[in-house]
Ligand binder design. Structure first.
Ligand SMILES: Cc1cc2nc3c(=O)[nH]c(=O)nc-3n(C[C@H](O)[C@H](O)[C@H](O)COP(=O)(O)O)c2cc1C
Length: 296
């Protein structure tokens, strides 16, 4: 057996909880009730940490994980969570109007902590963040984004360039561009350029970019879940936030913005979130229904 995966037989009380929670059944009990890692399944271990997290005796070792460094006492549910959770999600809205003040660093740290706690498809985490907490730097990026979108509007009007955009964006994104983004931007461009309004960054004082190495596996679903944790965390702190789909493609395509925001060349900017203190309090929530729910 690999020395890294071990059950300390002196500590183990044979409860078997680790055997049950291991998603790949790598742990097993033998006929004497002893728990051990199956050699033939060690390759399936993706270091999720569940066996170590569930063991009351701290009897389990998995390579790369340490009880001291990688775990914390898991709070128990106290029965109030659902009411609080419902309140949290019912009171959240996408916020696009902000007060003219920076977000304190400690609040952004709390948002980052929440994003970090979002579940990945499998560890290690691939999500990388750039937190732009300096409102001046956020603002500085706007003219570059506007210039890029002006260029895109021109490209979409040209049949040959349009095909290039289509190939690089892929079918789904291209349709969104053609049907929604470009008509909207054409309409808003004069006000965007004159500084009358900002439909890209919404005058947000802070911006979080979510990116990941293009070669890493399955990073996009992880990022969207992390983003959701991020805007719920922002809301729980009394801040307002919204995902902004216009920002990632602009950063993705612009060398200047990549340099400004320290995005490595090999990384894709997948999502973004604007954050700030909300200017308004929404008076009511908005009821929406899923396209369908099938109960079987
Ligand atoms: C993935 C994602 C991307 C979004 N991109 C934009 C955007 O580019 N511009 C914008 O104004 N709002 C954007 N939003 C905000 C949505 O328009 C907003 O969440 C939606 O209208 C529903 O409103 P609510 O969040 O208040 O329920 C985005 C939201 C999500 C989840």
């Amino acid at each position: 057996m690999d020395q890294g995966w071990q059950v300390d037989q002196d500590k183990c009380k044979h409860c078997g909880s680790c055997v049950d929670v291991c998603p790949n059944r790598i742990l097993q009990k033998n006929e004497y009730g002893q728990v051990f890692f199956r050699d033939d399944r060690l390759w399936m271990c993706f270091h999720c940490g569940h066996c170590m997290a569930i063991c009351p005796q701290e009897a389990i070792s998995v390579p790369g994980l340490s009880y001291e460094r990688d775990f914390y006492p898991q709070p128990k549910m106290d029965g109030m969570e659902n009411a609080q959770f419902t309140h949290l999600i019912d009171s959240r809205r996408a916020v696009r109007n902000f007060q003219d003040r920076a977000v304190p660093h400690e609040m952004l740290e709390k948002i980052v902590a929440a994003i970090q706690s979002a579940p990945p498809g499998f560890p290690p985490l691939k999500t990388e963040l750039v937190v732009i907490e300096d409102p001046v730097l956020v603002k500085k990026s706007l003219p570059v984004m506007i210039a890029l979108y002006e260029y895109l509007i021109k490209a979409m009007a040209n049949p040959i360039a349009r095909q290039v955009v289509r190939r690089s964006a892929g079918r789904e994104k291209f349709i969104v561009l053609q049907k929604h983004v470009i008509p909207l931007l054409i309409n808003r461009m004069p006000d965007l350029k004159s500084g009358k309004e900002d439909t890209i960054l919404r005058h947000a004082p802070a911006l979080i970019l979510f990116h990941a190495n293009r070669k890493s596996e399955n990073y996009k679903p992880d990022i969207y879940i992390a983003l959701t944790y991020g805007f719920l965390a922002a809301h729980s702190l009394g801040l307002g936030a919204s995902a902004m789909d216009l920002i990632p493609p602009a950063v993705e395509k612009s060398k200047e913005l990549r340099a400004m925001f320290h995005i490595p060349e090999e990384n894709e900017v997948v999502a973004s979130m604007i954050v700030g203190f909300p200017r308004y309090h929404f008076q009511r929530g908005i009821r929406r229904e899923l396209k369908s729910v099938t109960w079987l």
